[in-house]
Design a protein around this ligand. Structure first.
Ligand SMILES: C[S@@+](CC[C@H](N)C(=O)[O-])C[C@H]1O[C@@H](n2cnc3c(N)ncnc32)[C@H](O)[C@@H]1O
Length: 277
């Protein structure tokens, strides 16, 4: 299955396809350090097999490839063609013969003979329309004792809520599919752990970590928003209003500049780990 079979999937694969050229490449450290922590929780060893769902530009995939080494096997799957093409090229350039990247839906995780040793999903599961069903299928492709490690967002930095307040008046009321069912599964650590238990996992636990993104100026923050999932806020604005919406955001974000001239955004991130029975 390579064409999105649900409007929510089509929406997000489009967003990330358009972000793929500059994704994780505007000089802001975010995905790589957090993906490294996801990979660390998977306890990978040389020779292991690992599946990375929603691999994006490879933040977790390449760290996992290092952990399993040339005798291992790391498969990245993503629904955004731009992500897949660019990450496959990066893998080739890096000479990583243990890595494969393919277009696919996290909802239909590919099987591996004997089951995967680990499946990763760094900032992905909350994009799926039915995350319990997706997690259940992940469990089915893991070997007994295999690990599913995923990251999700906890409460965000309240100071930055000024951005949505400034931009949302430019959003027409009906131009965005809303995903309330998905959101409810990610409202708290307990909700995600319940989702994983419902999907049949055991030994579910979560570690909460803080990540501080540093932007050297408002323009770098703006570039970052276009390069990541945050571009949803801009794609909701009608073309004719985009300049005004960005100017409004620019003004409120300028108010967050700290005495040393930098901007800092704090992210509370949950690293969940669950084991296949
Ligand atoms: C926030 S990015 C995270 C990328 C990467 N895991 C990382 O940590 O940098 C989410 C990724 O999930 C992908 N994605 C969203 N829905 C998907 C689905 N149903 N199947 C596969 N990939 C999906 C997007 O295309 C995007 O590359």
């Amino acid at each position: 299955m390579t064409e999105p079979d649900h409007p929510q999937k089509a929406h997000f694969s489009g967003i990330f396809h358009r972000a793929s050229e500059t994704y994780d490449a505007v000089g802001v450290d975010f995905f790589a350090p957090l993906a490294a922590q996801v990979v660390a929780r998977a306890d990978l060893s040389a020779g292991d097999s690992v599946l990375d769902l929603g691999c994006g530009r490879g933040a977790a995939l390449f760290a996992a490839a290092d952990a399993v080494g040339p005798s291992g096997h790391a498969l990245g799957v993503d629904l955004a063609p731009g992500m897949v093409e660019r990450t496959a090229l990066d893998a080739e350039r890096r000479g990583l013969t243990q890595v494969r990247v393919q277009l696919g839906d996290a909802d239909q995780p590919p099987a591996h003979a004997g089951g995967w040793d680990a499946v990763l999903a760094a900032f992905v599961l909350f994009f799926l329309p039915d995350p319990v069903a997706t997690a259940t299928r992940v469990r089915e492709v893991l070997r007994p004792g295999g690990r599913f490690v995923l990251s999700t967002f906890d409460v965000s930095d309240v100071r930055w809520k000024v951005v949505e307040a400034a931009v949302s008046p430019f959003w027409p009321p009906t131009n965005e599919p809303s995903h309330p069912a998905t959101k409810s599964h990610f409202s708290s650590t307990a909700a995600v752990e319940e989702l994983l238990a419902e999907a049949g996992f055991v030994d579910v636990d979560t570690v909460l970590v803080e990540h501080v993104s540093v932007y050297r100026d408002v323009q770098q923050w703006l570039d970052w928003t276009w390069s990541a999932g945050a571009r949803v806020i801009w794609e909701r604005v009608p073309e004719a209003d985009l300049e005004a919406a960005q100017a409004a955001a620019y003004d409120v974000v300028a108010g967050l500049v700290e005495p040393d001239g930098m901007l800092r955004e704090r992210f509370a991130v949950r690293l969940h780990r669950a084991v296949g029975p």
